[in-house]
Write a protein of this length. Sequence first.
Lengths: 283, 317
Amino acid sequence: MSSTWFRRIKKGISTETKEKKEAPDGLWHKCPECRTTVTQTALKENLYLCPNCNYHNRINAIEYFDILFDKGEYKELFDNIAPKDELHFVDVKPYAARLKSAQKQTGLLDAMTVGVGEVEGKKLVVACMNFNFIGGSMGSVVGEKIARGIDHCIKHKLPFMIISKSGGARMMESAFSLMQMAKTSAKLTQLAHAKLPYISLMTDPTTGGVTASFAMLGDINIAEPKALIGFAGPRIIKETIKKDLPPGFQRSEFLVEKGFLDFVINRKDLKRKLSDVMDWFGK
Amino acid sequence: MQFLDFEKPLEDLNNQLEKIKAIAEKNHVDMSASVKELEASLEQTRKHIYENLTPWQRVQLSRHPERPYTNYYISRVCNKFTELFGDRNVADDKAIVGGFAEIDGEPVMIIGHQKGTNTKMRQLRNFGMANPEGYRKALRLMKLAEKFDRPIVTLIDTPGAYPGLEAEERGQGEAIARNLFEMVNLRVPVICIIIGEGASGGALGIGIGDRVVMLENTWYTVISPENCSTILWRSWDFKVQAAEQLHLTSRDMSGFGLVDGVLPEPVGGAHSQPEAMAASLKEYVLKTLTELKKINPDKRIEQRIEKFSKMGFYEEV
Ligand SMILES: [Zn+2]
């Protein structure tokens, strides 16, 4: 395990400070929901929520860790696990090339980042998916990092949280991708036997094999507002039933009504709520 | 006998053979030498074709309309069977069948996807695409088996879990996830056999076992070649390439260690000699049950977890 305390500071803040200097208030963000424009700085300060309509913009591990962990301090775990193109999969583009360009674009090795830090003074291991890495798709690295995260929790008696944000399986890893569903579920049974809490937070979007495995297996399953959560994607369902889908279908609030989520949580209240929940679990 | 596109040479030889037989009968002439010759040629051609099947051709075989389904195997393998219905919550899902069975006097719980054998039945069975109720019925039966210490055999044959509106409302994702979680810790032996199509989460939802094996001409992976082609190539036309790239055959899967073995099919596929296929499936189940019963339940669960935990490829940099 390499020590990457304060990685956030190296990667996150320093670059953004630079951006701020070069273009003070210059980078505007337009809300995809209500078209309100805000500066990037204001958006970040507002935890990437639209100040007008509360739209939860998609963010990745580094931003979540910054929001959740006290003072934004955490230690990244298993950051040396990298994907491998074992099948030499080629569609319109070789998988190896897709990996390379995703790694270059994101500075990540794969779609999952695991960090351990404190939430209001209580230690927590968080595995967070990065949607910017090939749509947050679940390949072997995602499964392995969850597995190791669970081992770490068991060894150190810590609670575990997964923040899901994924289009589902990574087709270019074929059945290896499918088997990550089995692998992560199997590992979660070990966590359950150790009586350690597992909190599953679903964010926009959480679909496919991720929903049909670890995302739905939390001691509590919670979600950010209006996140798309489902097994089959809306387009496929529409094609199957040949009808338009009702408004709000497969959104967080719909899943609460159908009984599949414990509650919906605004990103602004996430840390506070998480801390309360951890207090209740007593871990 | 229905011939697939790649079986055209067989169809031609078969037609010739029938013609000669008809002539012989009509004209009362002895054409047994020609018949023999054609039959030998037919066998040779069949063997040649089946020794060189491409991944896509195996996908075609896995979907052959005459391929034996779960209910056929139950009727041939089990000397007794009592079907059990319903998930005790919403409905009975006809795409998954299951019940008390006896194989050579050995009580087991047998559960499998069931496709229809004609247009009406195909609709009733929803083409083997289960709703959440199907997975929940399967889990109910598995827990029942565990309670009474009976081994579980699952037969997998699905083009996928049903992507419908009600399926989503009733938690398709949760139903599959729950099955994965619960199957991992079942205290009885679990044998899973892919008998046709092993499409993604819909297959895996009854696919966590001590032994997972595939019949030779089946496929098992994360997505169907057609859907893979549509998504990655953005066209319906690359299913053959997708089948190759996905490495979805029994040999590939066994080579990767993602399944525990391959059950050979008769030359010509399972549908060409269904009774022989059923007999060899039965033999495998009985032999494997004997093996698995010798292992202590805790050890069996430990080995199951270890097996699935090892799956994946990555490197440490
Ligand atoms: Zn807005």
